[in-house]
Ligand binder design. Structure first.
Ligand code: HEC
Length: 160
């Protein structure tokens, strides 16, 4: 799996990524009930969202920029960014409490495209964080935020 990591992430993220890849492979096989998959993806989004808000507050200048804190939040976001997407399993569209719209399952290619766009923007944000220029981090974080919103607009219930 080493070869699948970019040089940007290898240095500081290897332990966390190994853990999360293992969890992600496991996730695809071990949801006992569709409700477990919903809980898993919601928890993943929630945590990723928390760390993205922290990073973005610094990126947008609302909170003093702390390069180390930005890097730490970035590591968590990168590690979590793929996990929720392993949990949109068949049958989990019908679970009470999910905010996922039926379009996730009826338009899988479009959903995948939105997820891929998001992953690409996360990759650019990682590169910007590594580059250490706050103004580039600001732009890249803005683009990540847009990609979250773009997917939510089409695939997540509003008002949550
Ligand atoms: C490709 C689609 C997609 C992308 C990209 C995406 N999300 Fe979501 N997100 C969803 C869907 C669908 C749900 C609803 C999940 C459910 O309730 O089953 C969701 C739910 C959430 C939730 C609510 C979790 C809960 O507790 O119920 C948060 C918070 C969230 N997303 C934050 C983010 C943030 C922040 C980003 C970007 C950094 C992001 N999402 C990117 C599709 C996406």
């Amino acid at each position: 799996m080493r070869s699948t990591l970019t040089s940007t992430t290898r240095h500081c993220l290897l332990p966390l990524l190994c853990l999360c890849s293992a969890l992600s492979a496991q996730a695809q096989n071990t949801f006992q009930r569709p409700g477990d998959a919903v809980e898993y993806r919601q928890a993943g989004f929630e945590l990723m969202g928390t760390h993205f808000r922290r990073l973005n507050a610094m990126a947008q200048g609302k909170v003093a920029y702390d390069a180390k804190a930005v890097e730490d939040n970035m590591a968590v976001i990168a590690a979590l960014s793929k996990l929720p997407f392993t949990a949109f399993v068949p049958g989990s569209d019908k679970v009470k409490g999910t905010e996922a719209l039926p379009e996730v399952w009826s338009q899988p290619a479009k959903f995948q495209e939105a997820a891929d766009k998001f992953q690409a923007e996360v990759g650019k944000l990682q590169a910007a964080v590594k580059g250490g220029k706050p103004e580039e981090v600001k732009v890249a974080a803005g683009a990540v935020g847009q990609s979250c919103k773009a997917c939510h607009d089409s695939f997540k219930q509003k008002g949550h």
